[in-house]
Design a protein. Structure first.
Length: 189
């Protein structure tokens, strides 16, 4: 994880605003095989800036998870980046990215976790997995386990960096009529 300033993200936000104002003519991306987010568009103009911001996270990742040097060598580039304009109820089912690494950068999150919990919880159950980014891993016994990362407006300007082959998903949110805006991408050697 890393958090950026509004100034660092300004050109990216400008491209996203331009895409938002031209949905009919913007370059679409189709990930319908993995979920139900209707508005996905390719990031083109600010892709080099995304590389400058996100690619240095590889070093921290390889240090933290003790990735062998032969796996961490080589120049990386962003193979593809796209912006998701996610509406309430939309989701991405478990999927992987076709590359060495992937990322998800949260630009706008129009709700609080407490709003989501209050909306979905009942007296006998808590919906503590709502609006989460979910990473799936295999434990020592060979069982697939989910790691829920609850996402709300406190995550704006924050990026999650993960192995491209790591199964992950995006849970829906329900308490806002605004878009949750994220930029996702695939990183390749």
């Amino acid at each position: 994880m890393n958090t950026f300033t509004n100034e660092e993200l300004h050109p990216i936000r400008n491209e996203v605003a331009e895409i938002h104002s031209t949905f009919q003519t913007a370059q679409t991306v189709d990930h319908s095989f993995a979920g139900a987010i209707k508005k996905e568009y390719e990031i083109i103009k600010s892709k080099a800036l995304l590389e400058d911001l996100v690619l240095p996270m590889k070093h921290a990742f390889t240090e933290c998870f003790h990735v062998p040097s032969y796996e961490s060598s080589g120049d990386l580039f962003i193979k593809q980046a796209w912006v998701n304009f996610q509406k309430a109820g939309e989701f991405m089912a478990p999927h992987t990215h076709n590359g060495d690494y992937g990322f998800a950068l949260y630009l706008k999150v129009p709700f609080t976790l407490q709003d989501e919990l209050d909306h979905l919880s009942t007296p006998t159950k808590a919906a503590n997995q709502c609006s989460s980014f979910v990473l799936y891993y295999t434990d020592a016994m060979g069982h697939v386990k989910p790691e829920f990362i609850p996402i709300d407006k406190d995550w704006e300007n924050t990026v999650i960096f993960f192995p491209g082959t790591m199964l992950h998903s995006v849970q829906p949110f329900f308490t806002s009529s605004d878009y949750r805006i994220t930029i996702s991408g695939t990183i390749q050697k």
